[in-house]
Structures are given as C-alpha cells and as structure tokens.
Write a protein that binds this ligand. Structure first.
Ligand code: 48N
Length: 322
C-alpha cells in the first residue's frame, strides 16, 4: 500500500485555516519529488511520473475552508449582483475595476455562469455587438472584426470568447466572489418609513434546493446583507426576471410591462438608457429590465447587455458616492 502522506487528519495543521493564502503562480517544491516546473520538463519522463502524495481530507479541507471563509466574508457585502449573464458580468467588471475597495458578491443560479451569452443566436457561434459596444470589447481586449468597412456592428468570432474573457477578468478581481449553483430565492427588505420598501440584501439557497421546495419541507435559506443589489436575471423564464416578479408579488412595484416583440433598434437603446434603480436599493439591467418597462427584445445582438452593465455600474457608483 502506498505510504500514507505524512499529513493525517489528526496532524493537519489547524492554524492553516488562518493562513492568508495569497494567490501566486509558483509552487513550493515537494520534498522527495522531481517537481517539474513546466510541462516541457515532463515530456518523455512519464515512466517515473507521480503526483505529489495527498490525503483526501486535505482536498476537502482546502475546498471547504475557503468556501466557508468566503460565505463569512461576503455575508455583509457592499453590492450583490444577481445573475452572471452578459449584463451581470459586465456590471461586475466595471464595478470591481472602479472600486477595488467594495466587496462584490455575484449570485448565479447555474453551475456555469454566462447566461445566454455562450452562443450568438440559434446556437450559432459568432456574437454580434452593434457599435459603440465595440468600446467594451476593446476595454476587455476581446478581438472582433467589422463586417465590411461601413458596418454598424462588429463580430466576435465566438460568443464564448467574449463570455469567457469577461468571466475570467471578473474572477481575477480580489474584491469579487462568484457564488454559482446558488439561487436568489427572495430579497431582504426594510420599510423606508414612507410605506415603501428598500431592498437590503438577498436570500439564497443552493439552486437544487430552490428547485425542490415543493417536494422537500423546511429547507431554509441563507442570507447576504448589502445596501445595494443589481439584478440582471434575464427575461422571464424558469428563473428569469426574478427580482422584478418578486417586487410585484410584494406590491413594491405595481405591475410588469412585459417584454415586447423583437425590434433591435428600439430594444437595445431602451435597455441601455433605461438601466436604473427601480426601487430603493435595487438596480435592474439587461433583459430583466425589458419585463419592467415593456421594452422590446433585441434577439441575437449583445451590445446592449454589455453597455447596460456599464450603465448599471455607473448607477451603482452614484449610490456609493452619495
Ligand atoms: O443572459 P441572461 O439570461 O440575462 P442578461 O440580461 O445578462 O442577457 C440577456 C441576453 O442573454 C439575451 O437574452 C439576448 C440578448 N437575447 C435577447 C432576446 O431578445 O432574446 O443571464 C441571466 C442569468 C442567468 O445565468 C441565470 O442563471 C441567472 O441570471 N439567474 C439567477 N441567478 C441567481 N438567482 C436567480 N434567482 C436567478 N435568476 C436568473
């Protein structure tokens, strides 16, 4: 039997939990190991190849320790973004870049963030963004092409290139934490003293739990307090338009306008220009907003999602600069 690694559950350093683990890209050499530092070093040396030894509990502790430290840290957040689709991720990027001092939690119901932005339209790959949204692509460093010298739009060769780039950049900000596979299943509210409400946080649960409240009893949620929420949960659907539908059900807004038919020119301008705080403490952007304002849908063009995120971040910063 392979020698058990030296770190057994009993001797696992308890203090490790407190060690601030700063991300880096070099690794400490493992005693008694070849420690190849590059894949070139491994080439042709597979005969004696061996991973550094591990005890399963080390993996479990490394994951759970960090996750629960994050839950503790973000239990009080400055901003919560609901929905990591193209609008939510664009919002997060702009906010995290502008205010590295703010704690930003992103709650995404899917295991995979990105929402509807992994494909361009009808499962085709290329993503269209109408000008001037190419400015955001330049900000992110995403390459694109013009469809001819006088095209009014640009094309990203694969939607996943945009989405994976903005996701990767967002995840690299030290003041952002993505909680995916986690659903917002309610809003924390406070009365504003004038008969209305202020949104003051979110109520969360594992998405799989949220999907089974009607066949399992008593699966209470978790909470995150935050003075400002940006909701970008997309247009109506099984999870979509979550916050605006909840505001109607608690009579905080009178009714939904309901998304209208497809009209690219009307829709994209309306979504970007309409992105705003629709109720104290809650900014709505992206396609969720179409459900509030009765805006048209734009179909397979994503410039409005990116720039609605830029505007949502600007609206959020106004709240923090007040
Ligand atoms: O991509 P979506 O659905 O939403 P947006 O607004 O970021 O982008 C919309 C865009 O993809 C389009 O719909 C395009 C432009 N088409 C328009 C048209 O005319 O058809 O992302 C929303 C994200 C998803 O990842 C959901 O999983 C997530 O929000 N989500 C939630 N996450 C946590 N808790 C919830 N309650 C919740 N509801 C949705």
């Amino acid at each position: 039997m392979m020698d058990e690694p030296t770190t057994s559950p009993a001797t696992a350093p308890a203090s490790a939990a407190k060690t601030a683990i700063m991300p880096h890209t070099t690794s400490v050499p493992v005693k008694g190991h070849t420690n190849p530092q590059s894949i070139e070093d491994m080439a042709g040396a597979w005969k004696d190849f061996q991973f550094a030894p591990i005890r399963e509990s080390q993996v479990s502790r490394a994951m759970t320790r960090r996750y629960f430290a994050d839950l503790d840290k973000y239990a009080e957040s400055d901003i919560v973004i609901i929905g990591a689709g193209s609008c939510g991720l664009s919002t997060a990027y702009c906010l995290a870049k502008a205010r590295p001092d703010l704690k930003i939690a992103i709650i995404e119901a899917g295991v995979a963030p990105g929402g509807g932005a992994w494909l361009g339209g009808q499962l085709f790959s290329a993503m269209i963004m109408r000008k001037p949204a190419d400015a955001f692509l330049r900000e992110l460093g995403v390459e694109f092409e013009d469809d001819g010298p006088d095209a009014n739009f640009v094309i990203v060769k694969h939607a996943a290139l945009f989405t994976s780039t903005v996701l990767s950049k967002v995840l690299q900000f030290p003041n952002v934490k993505l909680f995916n596979a986690t659903a917002v299943e309610d809003l924390i509210t406070r009365t504003d003293g004038k008969g209305g409400i202020r949104v003051a946080g979110v109520v969360t649960n594992w998405t799989l739990v949220t999907m089974h409240h009607d066949d399992q009893s008593c699966m209470d949620p978790n909470t995150i307090n935050a003075p400002l929420i940006v909701s970008t949960t997309g247009h109506d659907g099984p999870f979509g338009a979550f916050s605006v539908k909840r505001l109607v059900s608690m009579q905080a807004i009178p009714s939904l306008g309901g998304m209208r038919g497809l009209d690219m020119n009307t829709a994209e301008d309306a979504i970007v220009k309409g992105t705003r705080e629709i109720c104290p403490g809650l900014i709505v952007g992206g396609m969720e907003l179409s459900e509030v304002d009765g805006a048209n849908r734009m179909g397979p063009t994503f410039g409005a999602m990116a720039l609605s995120g830029v505007k949502a971040a600007e609206e959020a910063l106004k709240v923090f600069e007040q």
